[in-house]
Design a protein around this ligand. Structure first.
Ligand SMILES: CC(C)(COP(=O)(O)OP(=O)(O)OC[C@H]1O[C@@H](n2cnc3c(N)ncnc32)[C@H](O)[C@@H]1OP(=O)(O)O)[C@@H](O)C(=O)NCCC(=O)NCCS
Length: 171
């Protein structure tokens, strides 16, 4: 596969269906994320629209017109949590471990830093070592562990809470 042909770019409304399908592929694996199927077309479009309209960074990885991965950082709803963004990321199976996830998260975090998100948080299944290594490498630290917080494939799974602060240039 030609990696140079994978483009990382901000999402557009026209990508909503490709995004929806990519989420469905990852969700139906029932291993990594809390969704276990694709969102409805309506919900996917509403999510993408809201991110564009509200300046929430959302990037996609595109190959030959197909969406092969996404990363989004959604700002908190409450006044007291407007400095906080919640991050989600996924790459479809065939494109994993080829550097796409790193490129996607770096582009999305750069946009979040430019948009002055001061804290970014996420959750990851505690056994998702690949994702956790990636998160640590871009500045996330483990902040807590929710025990048996997900039930996937009849197995309870602990969930790590991770956060990345940019309250000052050093944090
Ligand atoms: C987790 C995920 C986003 C990583 O993206 P990717 O494109 O597969 O990973 P990359 O090739 O960009 O590698 C990025 C980093 O991940 C880590 N990584 C990759 N493969 C790994 C492996 N087999 N074991 C441990 N760490 C690994 C490394 O830190 C790597 O950094 P480096 O190779 O630059 O040093 C992707 O695999 C994925 O979407 N997985 C399924 C869905 C998912 O887990 N989503 C996150 C839910 S919290």
């Amino acid at each position: 596969m030609d990696m140079t042909a994978v483009r990382i770019r901000p999402i557009t409304e026209a990508d909503a269906e490709g995004f929806r399908q990519a989420v469905g592929m990852v969700g139906r694996e029932r291993i990594y994320i809390r969704l276990t199927d694709a969102p409805s077309a309506e919900d996917a479009l509403a999510f993408v629209r809201s991110n564009i309209e509200n300046g929430h960074p959302q990037f996609v990885a595109e190959h030959a017109g197909d969406i092969v991965g996404w990363c989004d950082i959604v700002r908190g709803d409450y006044e007291a949590e407007k400095h906080v963004g919640s991050l989600g990321i996924g790459i479809i199976p065939a494109w994993r471990e080829r550097g796409v996830g790193r490129r996607l998260i770096e582009a999305t975090l750069e946009a979040a830093d430019a948009a002055k998100f001061l804290r970014i948080e996420l959750t990851a299944n505690a056994n998702n070592e690949r994702a956790i290594r990636l998160y640590e490498s871009v500045g996330f630290v483990e902040e807590g562990r929710k025990r048996s917080a997900r039930l996937l494939q009849e197995q309870f799974c602990d969930v790590l809470v991770m956060g990345r602060l940019r309250l000052s240039p050093q944090s």
